[in-house]
Design a protein around this ligand. Structure first.
Ligand SMILES: *[C@@H]1O[C@H](CO)[C@@H](O)[C@H](O)[C@H]1NC(C)=O
Length: 270
């Protein structure tokens, strides 16, 4: 696979400032010939991905559907981060597709991860297969051995791995630290947890004392940030799902290490 990412420094800066920035991308080194059935199928896949991203957060495609000539089949999927509204999901997938068209114009396969969504296509099926290969990693500056922040970090990461059963998107806040995790929905939930465990192991070993970190493996990613920088452009207070999501955190079992919520509740009672 050819990478079309620039330096990881640029990426870690973009990661904070722009929700639709490219995290990483890859194009296969095998090329197709223009004006073939495969190219038509890839074009149709691109259109289908964009169209369905305004009504789904995740969808798998096989084009043409099973039963046609097996040589020209293209497989594809998109996965939006679970807290994106459908319109933002669609924007993200449309942007991913235009990046794939620019960077992988005649590649048999390609992969792109933007901050809010993931898109992949290939001529062999990858659906439902586990993939724990690291695709991208970024660690912020060290905050030293500030134990409060690191305890919050570990709590938030533990919570997104095991705290909310049955969801492919998980988010948590512990003190000043936020964490989010997303698995591709073609995994089973136990494969999702395996993938996130692998991501966390890399994250905590590589970004030991970093104020923020992100690890993207083939089928999932896990990120954390001290002081709320994960709430970027995609954080939309007006969306119903997000309000539910905030309530989930407040009512969840996450240990509130600095006790602010308890203090607030006590103050209200008095
Ligand atoms: C996928 O593309 C590669 C490279 O052109 C080719 O060797 C392989 O046979 C193709 N696989 C299928 C299932 O079409």
């Amino acid at each position: 696979m050819l990478r079309f990412q620039v330096s990881s420094l640029t990426f870690s800066l973009l990661l904070i400032s722009a929700g639709s920035s490219v995290i990483y991308g890859e194009c296969s080194r095998d090329y197709f010939t223009s004006n073939t059935a495969y190219q038509l199928n890839v074009d149709l896949l691109y259109t289908s991905l964009i169209e369905s991203s305004s009504i789904y957060n995740f969808k798998i495609f096989e084009i043409p559907a099973t039963g046609f000539s097996q040589n020209d089949v293209v497989f594809g999927l998109f996965q939006c981060q679970g807290d994106l509204s459908f319109s933002r999901c669609r924007d993200c997938v449309a942007r991913s597709v235009s990046q794939l068209k620019i960077n992988c114009p005649v590649s048999i396969g390609g992969t792109i991860q933007l901050e809010g969504c993931f898109v992949k296509y290939d001529n062999i099926s990858f659906v439902g297969l586990e993939d724990k290969m690291e695709a991208f990693r970024s660690c912020g500056p060290s905050i030293g051995h500030n134990s409060d922040i690191l305890i919050n970090r570990d709590d938030a990461l533990a919570y997104v791995i095991s705290g909310i059963d049955g969801h492919y998107f998980r988010a948590a806040v512990s003190g000043s630290v936020q964490a989010v995790a997303q698995c591709e929905e073609d995994l089973t939930l136990s494969e999702c947890e395996d993938c996130l465990l692998e991501g966390r192991a890399r994250l905590t070993s590589e970004c030991k004392t970093s104020s923020r970190g992100a690890v993207y493996v083939g089928k999932c990613y896990i990120r954390y940030a001290h002081q709320g920088i994960l709430k970027g452009r995609y954080y939309n207070r007006n969306s119903k799902r997000e309000r539910e999501f905030e309530r989930d955190i407040a009512g969840g079992s996450l240990r509130d290490t600095n006790g602010d919520r308890e203090k607030e509740r006590d103050a209200r009672r008095q």
